[in-house]
Write a protein that binds this ligand. Sequence first.
Ligand SMILES: NC(=O)c1ccc[n+]([C@@H]2O[C@H](COP(=O)([O-])OP(=O)(O)OC[C@H]3O[C@@H](n4cnc5c(N)ncnc54)[C@H](OP(=O)(O)O)[C@@H]3O)[C@@H](O)[C@H]2O)c1
Length: 296
Amino acid sequence: MTSVIGDGRPAVAVLGLGEMGSALAGALLDGGHPTTVWNRTPGRDEALVAKGAVRGASVREAVGAAETVVVNVKGALVSREVLDEAGDVLAGRTVVNLTDGTSAEVREVAGWVAERAAEYLHGQVMTIAPGVGHPDAAVFYGGAADVYERHRPLLALLSGHAPLVSEDPGAAVLYGMAVHGTMWGLLNGLLHAAAALRDEGIELKRFLEHADAPLAALWGFLPSIAAEVDQARYATPYGALRHHLPSVEDLVRESRGRGIDAELPEYTLSLVRKAVEQGRGGDGYARLIDHFTGEG
Ligand SMILES: NC(=O)c1ccc[n+]([C@@H]2O[C@H](COP(=O)([O-])OP(=O)(O)OC[C@H]3O[C@@H](n4cnc5c(N)ncnc54)[C@H](OP(=O)(O)O)[C@@H]3O)[C@@H](O)[C@H]2O)c1
């Protein structure tokens, strides 16, 4: 098997040269890894080849030239189809799959790779392509600790934060989805607020200047939410759901009165009102976890 050449960095293959795959391959090349690249559609490798990458004529050839195989295509199950083209050459190598999918899909791919006598790490990339290699960028990894430890120098070329979150590859994508879900919830709330503020002629930038302190306090609030959720203990002396209720009702009426879409606060109102009607008005906001788990 081709392994260590040049300055001692192991040879890698990158399968998939879309926006993200090209950035990953570029970072590995810059980090001194002999890099063979392959993409389904020809012509997307020219800049990388000009930088020193080797063009793999097939998946099998690219995988055969590498010790570690980085995969970045569209969809976890597609990554398995691509790796299948390597045939028996996959055995003995390490797959670092940075393709998004559900946790079940990722576990399926990981099991399929293990059956072919190859090692597997799954990474959930939490940055956009220009962020690859940046100290602030993060990738969540799931897989065997020894495989992760051996690949740390390579992973460090891709992101400044590269935690192994679990030995279960599927958990890595769940961490990613948890961040994305939190982000979308926050952004939806902010954009709804922006609509009301704009209706009043207030720019979002001006709002943020004045609201900086209470918004920053939200992040400090998260550990107490985590403690309540993890311990399933929700009783709180202050800020209970019954105190949230009139504020959410105000936001719904304000939205309706301005003629802006009220669906988002109405949804929040339905959750808070239901919990209060169920006698949980003295509990903290974290009690709404029961709605999402189906227990409330
Ligand atoms: N772009 C980002 O900012 C970003 C951020 C985080 C995570 N990701 C993840 O990274 C992965 C790639 O995303 P991207 O943004 O780079 O996508 P993209 O620019 O659309 O590229 C998709 C890549 O997948 C390949 N592909 C798609 N279907 C294929 C198939 N059936 N067989 C072989 N190759 C196939 C494409 O090959 P062709 O060139 O032949 O079409 C291309 O190389 C996704 O899982 C995405 O969610 C992306």
